[in-house]
Design a protein around this ligand. Structure first.
Ligand code: FES
Length: 112
């Protein structure tokens, strides 16, 4: 398991919003989007859509899904699964934990 990165307090991402932890910050080759979903939980998946080039953090969150802002593919925030075309490849997930009100991100450790 990778080492945890403290990315801030739970209050730093409002419900229904997302933030990007850049590759420089997370130590991997890819930016990671951290979502505060409408179920109240936090989820982390690669920020770049698997279809073309788009930031999923800029997409629309509905329940525990995010819709890509460019061509409207949807991804499950829990599993990263691509739920509809045009995306067919899952987004990689990363484990995230809440501890003492802080968000701990484990880059490259799958969430599921
Ligand atoms: S870039 Fe995301 S669906 Fe096309």
């Amino acid at each position: 398991m990778s080492e945890a990165i403290n990315i801030g307090s739970v209050d730093s991402i409002e419900e229904g919003e997302a933030m990007v932890v850049t590759s420089e910050e997370n130590g991997t080759k890819e930016d990671i989007a951290v979502f505060h979903a409408e179920d109240g939980n936090f989820y982390a998946i690669n920020d770049e859509c698997t279809h073309e080039t788009a930031s999923l953090a800029d997409g629309w969150i509905e329940g525990v899904e995010v819709e890509c802002p460019v061509h409207a593919a949807k991804f499950c925030l829990k599993s990263g699964t691509a739920l509809c075309l045009p995306a067919t490849v899952a987004a990689r997930t990363h484990k995230i934990e809440v501890k003492d009100g802080e968000l701990l991100l484990y880059p490259d450790t799958p969430a599921v």
